[in-house]
Each structure stands twice: as C-alpha cells, then as structure tokens.
Design a protein around this ligand. Structure first.
Ligand SMILES: [Zn+2]
Ligand SMILES: [Zn+2]
Length: 562
C-alpha cells in the first residue's frame, strides 16, 4: 500500500505545480486533501486506496473529482510517475530548474509568486539582487549556477522562426481578441537578436485578466503553462510564448521592461530612480531625463550617453529602402523563378532590384554556368517589358576562389549590371589567408558588393576570424559596399561589425539574400533591424539611394581600372 505520508507528499507537489500554472483553486483542494490524508489512521488509508483502485469514490468523499483523479494516478502509477507527468505542463524554466534539482517544488512556487517563470525573469531577478531575499541565499546560489547552465543551452531558435511564431500569435489575437491592442513582440525579437531564447509579446487592454482569459482560449494555444491576471505563458505548436497584457497606464513600463536588454535596463534605472508606471515608453525615458531610445540600440553600448547628449542616430528604416540587390531564383538554388521574384519586389514597392544567382563554383545545391547566365540575361530582358515600374539589374553572386580570384572571368562578368562576391568556401584557410582573399576581391574593379562577409551560420558556425579593420579600410578605399545580409541563417555583417564598418567610412548595403518570393520582405526587415543594431543611418546605405546613385557607385569603381 501507499503510505499516507507518500500520498500526502505527492499531492503537495502536484498542488505546487497547479499553483505554478496559476490554478490556485486546484492547488488549495490538493493541499487540503494532502492534510486530510496525512491525518488518517492506517486502516482508513487502506480503505481509501481500495476505493480509489476500484474507481469507486464513496459519496461522502471530501475530495472533488479533480483531486480524485490525481489520487488515482498516484495510487495506480506511483507518486513519481504522476509528478513527472504533471511537470510537462509547467513553464520551461521551472521544468529545467526541477530537473537540475536547483529548486524543490515549494521553492519553485515562491519563484512563481514573484513572477519568475522564464529565463529572462530569472536573469533579471539575479541582476537586481532580489533573489536572495525571495528564496534565501542557499537557493539563490543554486539558482545562479543553474541560470549559467541554462543560458548556455538557450538561444536555439533563429530570429526568423521566432518572429514568425510571435507574429502568427499576434495575428490570431488580433482576430479573436479585439480587446487587446498594441500587441507587439518584445524581448530579443524586438532587439533583432540573431538567436532567440524566449518569445515575449506585450499588449494592452482595459481589462487585462479578461483579455488573458480570452487569449488562453485561442485554438493555436495547445496548453496554458501559467496564467495570472497580467500574464500567460502559453504553449503553441511553435513553442512557448510569454504573453503580458498591461493596463493602459502601465503599458510603457511593461513594454520597456520586457524589451531589455538587461544592461540597458539597469543603466536607465540608475538614472531614473524608483520605477514609476508609464503609459508609453517615451514616458519611461522621460522619467530618466532621456529621449526615446529605439529598441535596436538598447545594449548599453553608448546609447544612453548619446541620448543624453541629443546625439542618437537617425536610423535607417523600411521606408528608406529603394531596392534589394541580392536574391536568388530557380537559375540557382532559389525556389521561385525570375518572374515571381520580380512580381513580389514590385508589390513591395521597390524601384530597383538585382537578380544575383550563384556562380558556377559555389557550393550551392544548384549553380549557374556561363551559358545559363546568357539565358538568364535574355529572360530578364523579356521580363523588363512586363514590369516597367521596376528596374531589374542582372547580376551574379560570384565565388572568391582559394587563390583570391573570382570563379567567373572578367569577360563573363563585364556585361553584368552588378557583381557580388562571396567567400563561401574557406578552403581551410586561416585568418590571414581569408583576409588576403577578401581584400583581393575588394580590389577587383567589377566587384560592387562583398556579400555576407563573415560567412557565419547563425547558431551553427562562427564567422571567419578575419582582420575586419583591414577589410573595412580596403572596402572604403576601393568604393566597395559591404553587405548586411538579412537571411536568418546569415545576419552578416551583424550590428557590431556594421557599426565599425560605417565608422571606417564603408558604404553598406542591406539585402534580403532571399531564395523565396514570400520571404523577400521578412529578410529585408531582418537586414534593416540588424543594421539599426549597428546605428546605421540612411546615408550609409547604398540601396537607400536612387538608382542613378547606385549605378554611379558601380561605375566609379569600374572606372578605377588601370
Ligand atoms: Zn551567399
Ligand atoms: Zn546569396
């Protein structure tokens, strides 16, 4: 038989889990049942177990059906199994902390009562030293080391996937819950981090608890891992989403806090003193004596000082972008044909685009031969007549060979409107050789853009360890643009590199490097968000200029030929 102590213990843990999910009523029922069973003499426990096994609760049972079904799980399968099963319905952070034995279930409840339910919550609590006061110093120390371990595991979702999930959720809320407005991605997505560890969205409603209840009932919500009056952590097919709904007078504060970064929040708090509620983020900054700081700049890398001095950059945004100079079609490894890409770019309102498929030697699944290039030239010429509203440049994304030359001859490249060059294949070279190859390509008079210079694969392969200062100097000197590539796997140059390049006088270009018509806009947006992280202004960006200026930029470099 199961002892009364074992039954009681299992029920108390299940009660803690119910409370963590936000179901305090069930938690209370389970705790009362635990206390009643713990006080029973052995024969009464035996009798209770019999009834539970036969699924015949007596009519006078003090236990409601939910408690009875929990008891049945424990009696039939054992307490450990019931506890493991119930853990799957908890927020990821809490599940991980329990698995690492960093907390017991009652300590997890204390965390939950203080709103610590995701890794960013835990990090914030560690930052402002709330944690020791909340759970005691011993648990605080265990949580600090657990947070370190979890940070290493986190961040596995690409920005593209995470923002798709967030946006699908936001669209579903907009359709089904009109009481919620201003619902936007916050956190890492709003800061355009290349890798996302936690999806957070923030919205506004005059009745936050009612709005939370409504969005927990959406059909794309598979489970509600936690809910309270202002917050729900929901599980969708794409993973966990942390939803905050603020009342109108607190929306600014909640959005600001949920956006981070941690370093930025702490710098602003130092200037601001005790937190005050704010309806708009502008008011949060106003309380700190600062103008509004765009989310992409919030990394404590000089933005507070710049804001205080009235010297924030006027960042590039979507309306500045006149064209997209890097995309693929079915001539190489793209999914859509030239016509589909052109039509989609027209719909985006671009004035000009470049079709730039992979050259012969690229390690792509399909590449262009010189004969294909001629065929593509004729096809583009025919398509131009059908789309008079846009200028279609014919280009190529050429490969920089191990010896630093391009894989197409000058004779093949010369007739093209624009040439992009990429270091797709490192050939096992070290930093010095890679830098030499890059600079040789930058010196090639026909190369207008050095594309995705670091050639990293976000989350899988680090960028090349090249001498970037030398590359920036060569790009500036030769009049070659460096790319901020918005493909979620590249995001390259990243913000930090883009900022350093612009400071070195380099012209940047923001491209989608898109392989699918329906992703043209999304990848351009990622490129723009990344450039904004690098403090990039429209004056730094080639494709924020009219076509005549782009042509002049290309011609100026070509004219340098000896
Ligand atoms: Zn490429
Ligand atoms: Zn490409």
């Amino acid at each position: 038989m199961t002892s009364s102590t074992e039954l009681g213990r299992a029920l108390r843990i299940l009660a803690d889990f119910a409370e963590l999910r936000g179901d305090s009523e069930q938690a209370g029922d389970l705790r009362r049942a635990a206390a009643a069973i713990e006080g029973m003499p052995d024969p009464a426990v035996v009798e209770l177990e019999h009834r539970v096994r036969r699924n015949r609760p007596d009519d006078e049972s003090a236990f409601n059906p939910a408690v009875q079904s929990r008891l049945r799980e424990i009696v039939l399968g054992g307490g450990a199994r019931a506890i493991t099963a119930a853990q799957t319905g908890l927020p990821t952070l809490i599940r991980s902390l329990l698995a690492l034995s960093a907390v017991a279930s009652d300590e997890a409840v204390t965390l939950g009562r203080h709103g610590i339910l995701t890794l960013p919550d835990l990090q914030a609590a560690l930052d402002d030293e709330r944690l020791g006061r909340t759970v005691g110093d011993a648990a605080g120390a265990r949580l600090r080391s657990a947070a370190g371990a979890l940070e290493l595991e986190a961040g596995q979702v690409s920005l593209g996937r995470a923002s798709d999930s967030a946006n699908a959720f936001i669209e579903a809320v907009a359709r089904a819950c009109p009481a919620v407005d201003l619902l936007v991605p916050a956190g890492e997505i709003r800061r355009w981090e290349p890798l996302i560890s936690s999806i957070v969205v923030v919205g506004r409603a005059s009745d936050p608890p009612g709005a939370i209840d409504a969005l927990c009932r959406l059909s794309l919500v598979h489970d509600v891992l936690h809910h309270s009056g202002r917050r729900a952590i929901v599980l969708t097919g794409e993973g966990e989403i942390d939803v905050r709904v603020a009342a109108p007078d607190e929306y600014g504060t909640v959005l600001f806090t949920a956006t981070g970064s941690r370093a930025h929040l702490s710098s602003v708090r130092q200037r601001r003193g005790a937190p005050k509620l704010a309806a708009r983020e502008e008011d949060v900054y106003g309380h700190a004596g600062l103008p509004f700081i765009p989310a992409e700049l919030r990394h404590a890398t000089g933005e507070i000082e710049a804001a205080a001095a009235g010297a924030l950059p006027g960042l590039v945004s979507r309306e500045h972008i006149r064209g997209d100079l890097h995309m693929h079609t079915t001539y190489s490894d793209g999914a859509d044909n030239v016509d589909a890409m052109v039509a989609a770019c027209c719909a985006l309102g671009y004035e000009y685009i470049a079709i730039t498929d992979h050259s012969e030697r690229a390690a792509a699944s399909r590449t262009l031969t010189r004969a294909d290039l001629a065929r593509q030239r004729d096809e583009i010429a025919a398509i131009r007549d059908r789309y008079p509203q846009i200028v279609i440049l014919h280009g190529v994304e050429a490969d920089i060979m191990p010896d630093g030359r391009l894989d197409f001859s000058d004779a093949a490249l010369e007739p093209l409107d624009i040439v992009l060059a990429s270091l797709h294949d490192s050939a096992g070279h070290d930093a010095k050789s890679l830098t030499r190859r890059a600079i040789q390509a930058l010196r090639h008079p026909l190369v207008t853009i050095f594309t995705h210079p670091e050639n990293r694969i976000v989350g899988r392969r680090a960028g090349y360890p090249m001498d970037f200062d030398a590359i920036y100097a060569a790009a500036a000197e030769t009049g070659t643009a460096l790319e901020v590539d918005g493909a979620p796997s590249h995001i390259d140059l990243d913000g930090e590199h883009a900022r350093a390049a612009a400071a070195a006088g380099v012209t940047l270009v923001i491209d989608s490097d898109c392989h699918r018509a329906r992703w043209l806009d999304r990848q351009m947006q990622i490129g723009i968000g990344t450039a904004r992280r690098g403090w990039i202004e429209p004056r730094h960006v080639l494709n924020a200029r009219p076509l005549a200026d782009v042509r002049a930029f290309i011609a100026a470099k070509r004219a340098r030929r000896p």
